[in-house]
Design a protein around this ligand. Structure first.
Ligand SMILES: *Cc1c(COP(=O)(O)O)cnc(C)c1O
Length: 349
């Protein structure tokens, strides 16, 4: 049987299913509700027309990396581009993990940390957040060291809670954990604080960023930021030509004009305040503080609430099990989309 050649340890894996996408109001995937403006898209049209299609892309995505380095206030040598930060997560796993190596993460946190750990033959160790969905920092550090994990992945702000780990505690984790510490700053723009300034202070720190939440999910581009020693090791594993030329060109246009991003983020933050304010007035909903482009809410019966929203063609993110069983993660939408959600959200039991 052909299945005899398959990996036994992948037998219970499922392919990533983002669900159908033709809902009228899509508040499930933490995308930006704004598309790029017409003027920018026109400019990009010319860039696409002028692209060189018969040659491989720049293997190191230099131009876009240099522009992003400026945007992130770091040096050019400290950055690598990936096909989404997803690919960076995967590159890290394949660079440092041998079969059976352990990796620590919070639960809940971004699901790809566990997935890529397992695909690389590693063992994810999940550390549950407390009832307030906060991290017991000391407990986490001592667990990571006791289990002798090789990598720690933490999203900050956390997806799906929206909560943050303070800078002081991030530093405690980097200093306390005897392993590679990956701080995933996918939502940096909505929080405003970063730890990238410490990549050359600590030999074990890697920071991740992405373009997906700030209006460029379509082009699949993420960044890995770290010191030279780790970078050299990671580059051995990075697939060649991993970021296509069109993505590189498009992102270069955008990061030449970072005000485009700042303006979009500003609008998302205004809508976050609006949605928070309105949701907090609904009796029976519990809100978790958010420094991201989404709000996690707890309702009496998340399954029912979601079904009713889907009936109105509004999609939000739900969670099947565990602590988040009755939670929904609602991406910040446009004013119109937010009002549509507010009008249709119900709290039946
Ligand atoms: C969305 C998200 C990513 C994925 O980013 P891509 O660049 O689209 O692959 C990574 N980490 C976290 C925590 C996210 O929420």
């Amino acid at each position: 049987m052909i299945q005899d050649y398959f990996r036994k340890d992948l037998s219970d894996f499922e392919s990533y299913n983002a669900g159908k996408i033709d809902y009228k109001v899509r508040l499930n995937a933490n995308e930006s509700f704004n598309n790029l403006g017409a003027t920018t898209r026109k400019k990009l049209g010319r860039v696409i027309e002028d692209s060189i299609y018969n040659r491989y892309p720049d293997v190191e995505s230099r131009n876009v990396c240099n522009l992003y380095a400026k945007y992130a206030k770091i040096e050019n040598v400290n950055i690598m581009a990936g096909n989404g930060s997803d690919e960076c997560i995967q590159i890290i796993a394949h660079t440092f993990l041998n079969n059976g190596d352990k990796v620590a993460m919070q639960s809940p946190d971004f699901s790809m940390y566990g997935l890529y750990t397992k695909v690389a033959g590693g063992i994810p160790i999940e550390f549950p957040l407390d009832e307030k969905l906060e991290l017991d920092v000391e407990g986490f550090i001592s667990m990571a060291n006791k289990k002798e994990v090789k990598i720690v992945y933490l999203s900050n702000p956390n997806n799906p809670t929206g909560n943050i780990i303070t800078r002081e505690n991030i530093i405690k984790i980097i200093e306390g954990c005897k392993c590679i510490v990956v701080i995933d700053e996918a939502y940096f723009e909505f929080y405003g604080k970063t730890i990238v300034d410490k990549i050359n202070t600590y030999d074990n720190l890697i920071v991740l960023r992405t373009c997906s939440k700030i209006g460029l999910a379509a082009i699949r581009l993420g960044f890995l930021i770290t010191n030279k020693t780790l970078m050299e090791e990671l580059k051995k594993v990075k697939p060649p030509y991993n970021v296509n030329s069109i993505t590189q060109s498009i992102a270069s246009v955008i990061f030449l004009e970072p005000e485009l991003i700042h303006k979009n983020v500003e609008q998302i933050l205004i809508e976050r305040s609006y949605l928070w304010e309105k949701l907090s007035k609904i009796e029976g909903i519990k809100l978790y503080k958010s420094k991201s482009n989404f709000i996690l809410v707890e309702v009496p019966n998340a399954k029912k609430t979601k079904e009713r929203l889907i009936d109105q063609s509004i999609n939000v993110r739900s969670f099947s099990t565990g602590k988040l069983e009755n939670c929904l993660r609602i991406t910040i939408g446009s004013r119109e989309e937010n009002n549509c959600l507010l009008k249709n959200i119900t709290l039946d039991n």
